[in-house]
Design a protein around this ligand. Structure first.
Ligand code: COA
Length: 160
């Protein structure tokens, strides 16, 4: 896989928005190409894109400046339809983790409870369910909070 993970620049915004807007997952929240562009331009935190041969194939939006009990949070992970199932999502996730664990031992994310592809990826990567949050974002949809931890906050030794 020739995929590289880099910070998003202006010229990546449309491609990153297309990754978010492709497929039904974010469309359930009313996000289309236009609103995904707005979301990316207004988002606080860090945005990383996965690129293959210069083209954006995936995107992650995350915060690593939160406070206890949610110091690091992956807000959006999306891989363009047609590019899924070849390791891009996992590569983005591991990039976010490496960044998050420089600050502390926990990374949190939310996933809609019927999103089986994403849940399978997260559980394989060591995320454990914290609990369900019914109608958290949209009435009738349940978001499940997940956490991947390297251990207790007290005594955590940051990687070099
Ligand atoms: C969830 C998502 C980011 C995963 O990205 P991806 O690039 O497809 O994932 P990967 O290729 O890294 O797959 C990693 C693992 O996830 C699982 N997986 C993910 N998508 C899968 C699919 N469509 N079919 C089968 N397995 C899948 C597999 O177990 C895979 O393991 P493998 O390496 O043994 O094949 C991607 O499917 C996506 O963008 N979905 C729509 C948006 C979304 O749901 N975002 C997450 C919101 S919480």
């Amino acid at each position: 896989m020739g995929v590289t993970i880099v910070p998003m620049t202006d010229s990546d915004v449309e491609g990153a928005a297309a990754a978010i807007a492709s497929g039904p997952v974010f469309q359930r929240y009313g996000i289309d190409q236009t609103s995904a562009v707005e979301l990316l331009r207004a988002a606080r935190g860090t945005i990383a894109v996965a690129k293959d041969d210069g083209a954006v194939v995936g995107v992650a939006i995350y915060w690593i400046d939160g406070s206890v009990p949610v110091p690091a949070y992956l807000r959006i992970l999306a891989v363009a339809e047609g590019q899924r199932g070849r390791g891009v999502g996992r590569a983005l996730l591991r990039h976010v983790e490496a960044d998050a664990y420089r600050r502390g031992p926990n990374l949190f994310l939310c996933c809609e409870s019927t999103n089986v592809d994403a849940i399978r990826l997260y559980e394989r990567e060591g995320y454990v369910e914290v609990g369900p949050m019914p109608s958290f974002i949209v009435e009738g949809l349940t978001e499940v909070l997940y956490r991947r931890t390297l251990g207790p906050i007290r005594g955590y030794v940051r990687p070099e």
